[in-house]
Write a protein that binds this ligand. Structure first.
Ligand code: ZN
Length: 408
C-alpha cells in the first residue's frame, strides 16, 4: 500500500475556477491584514508552537513565512495587503533578537540560529527583501558563512538552506560575495556527500538516517546545489543528477504502476507510528516537487499518479504545503513544467480540481484561521513550498522534529 485511502478525500467533478481562487486569496489576505498584532504578530496553533517561544517568527511556521507569502502575492499582482510589510518584518526581526523561536529541550543542529526555515537565515532573507539595508545583508552573510558546516545537511537547519538564501541574494544584488559564500558552502556540502550520493543527516542529537526528503534529505540538498546554476561546475552537476536519479530509482516503492518513496533509504513507507505519509515532507509529493526536472520520466509520472489517485488530504492534514493538499498540488505543477501535460495543471476542461467541495469549504475556513495563526498555507502556487501549517489540535510529541525522525 502506497498510502492510506482513509486519510484522503475523493476527487469530484467540480471544475477549477480562477475567479473562485482569486476571491479566496483576497479573503485570506484581508484576514491576515486584520489579524496582525505588533507584539503577538500572528498567534500560533498549539502544535506549531510545540516547545517553542511565541510569537513564532520563522519562515517555516512563523511571521516571516506569512510576510514572504504576502509579498509574493503582492509582487505578482494577486493581492494588495494593507499591512505595512516592511514594518512588520522589522518588528518580527526585533522580536527574534529578543527571543529566537527555537525549540526547547531538544538538541538542535548548531548553529541553530542560522537555518533557513527554522533559524534566522530565512527571517533575515525576508526582511532584506522587504526592507533592504547593508546591515541586514551583512548579518545574513555572516549567518550563511557560519552555517557552512552545520551537521544537519538539509534545508531546514543546514547549509543547503542558507545556500538558497545566498543564491537569492546574489540574484537580487549581484554582489559577488554571495557567489563566494554559496561556493564555500557547496564545496563543504559536496565534501560530506557519501559515495552513493546521499548524506548522513545529523538531526536532534543523533544520526537519524540517510534521508531522501526535501526538508531533511537528498532531494532538498540536490535542489539547493542545482539552484546554484553556473556556480556549480558542469561535471559536478551531471554526476549529481546521475547519482540522484539512481538513488531515487533504487529507493522507489512500486505498486500497480504507481510509486512513492520512504523518508529514508532502507526504511519502510510506514513511519514508526504506522502512518504512511504522502505529502511534501514525506513520500512522492516532495520527491516529485524537488526532482521533477531530472528524475526518470516514467518514475516521475508514477509518483504523480499516486498523488492524483490519493486525492486531497482529509482533515488530519488539511491544506498546508509541508504535509497537506497544497504541497501535493504543487507536485502537479512541477510535472506540468516538465511534461507540458495539461492534465497536471488547473483551469482547463477535463481537469478537475484536486479539492473536493467539502475539502474546499474546510480549506477556506482553515485558511482564514491560518492567517490568525501565523501561517502561510494558502499560497502554494505563489511561493516555494517552505512555510507550512500543521493542523493538529493537540499532540504530546512532535515527530517531525523528534529523534525518531518521522515527518510531520
Ligand atoms: Zn510536514
Amino acid at each position: 500500500m502506497l498510502y492510506d485511502p482513509e486519510r484522503f478525500e475523493p476527487l469530484t467533478e467540480t471544475p477549477w475556477r480562477e475567479a473562485r481562487v482569486r476571491d479566496g486569496i483576497a479573503e485570506i489576505v484581508a484576514d491576515a491584514d486584520e489579524a496582525f498584532d505588533d507584539d503577538g504578530l500572528w498567534p500560533a496553533a498549539e502544535w506549531d508552537s510545540w516547545q517553542t517561544p511565541v510569537p513564532l517568527k520563522s519562515l517555516y511556521v512563523g511571521a516571516s513565512g506569512v510576510l514572504w507569502a504576502l509579498d509574493v502575492l503582492r509582487r505578482r499582482g494577486h493581492a494588495e495587503p494593507r499591512l505595512d510589510l516592511a514594518r512588520a518584518a522589522r518588528r518580527t526581526y526585533e522580536l527574534w533578537h529578543e527571543t529566537p523561536d527555537l525549540m526547547r529541550d531538544i538538541e538542535l543542529p548548531e548553529p541553530a540560529t542560522s537555518g533557513l526555515l527554522s533559524g534566522g537565515g530565512g527571517l533575515l532573507t525576508v526582511l532584506w527583501r522587504l526592507d533592504p539595508s547593508d546591515e541586514i545583508a551583512d548579518e545574513l552573510y555572516a549567518r550563511v558563512r557560519e552555517n557552512r558546516d552545520n551537521a544537519a545537511d538539509e534545508i531546514m537547519w543546514g547549509s543547503p538552506g542558507t545556500m538558497l538564501a545566498a543564491r537569492a541574494m546574489l540574484g537580487w544584488t549581484g554582489d559577488k560575495r554571495w557567489a563566494d559564500a554559496w561556493r564555500e558552502s557547496a564545496a563543504a556540502l559536496l565534501a560530506r556527500r557519501q559515495p552513493d550520493g546521499l548524506w548522513a543527516n545529523r538531526l536532534y542529537g543523533e544520526v537519524v538516517a540517510r534521508r531522501l526528503t526535501p526538508p531533511h534529505g537528498l532531494v532538498g540538498n540536490v535542489q539547493a546545489l542545482l539552484d546554484g546554476g553556473e556556480l556549480l561546475g558542469a561535471e559536478t552537476r551531471a554526476s549529481l543528477v546521475d547519482d540522484t536519479k539512481a538513488a531515487l530509482e533504487r529507493t522507489a516503492v512500486w505498486e500497480d504502476g504507481l510509486a512513492s518513496w520512504p523518508t529514508g533509504e532502507k526504511r519502510p513507507l510506514e513511519g514508526s507510528d504506522g502512518e504512511i505519509r504522502l505529502q511534501w515532507c514525506a513520500g512522492a509529493p516532495g520527491i516529485v516537487c524537488s526532482a521533477a526536472s531530472y528524475v526518470d520520466e516514467e518514475l516521475l509520472l508514477a509518483g504523480a499518479g499516486t498523488i492524483w489517485q490519493a486525492g486531497p488530504h482529509g482533515p488530519g492534514k488539511g491544506g498546508c504545503i509541508c504535509h497537506g493538499t497544497a504541497g501535493n498540488g504543487y507536485a502537479f505543477l512541477k510535472v506540468f513544467e516538465r511534461t507540458g501535460d495539461e492534465r497536471c495543471s488547473c483551469g482547463r476542461d477535463g481537469l478537475r480540481c484536486t479539492r473536493s467541495s467539502r475539502c474546499e469549504e474546510r480549506a477556506r475556513s482553515e485558511a482564514a484561521a491560518a492567517t490568525r495563526c501565523g501561517r502561510a498555507t494558502w499560497v502554494s502556487r505563489s511561493m516555494p513550498p517552505t512555510a507550512c501549517t500543521r493542523r493538529r489540535a493537540t499532540r504530546s510529541s512532535r515527530p517531525g522534529r523528534s529523534p525518531k525522525g518521522d515527518s510531520c
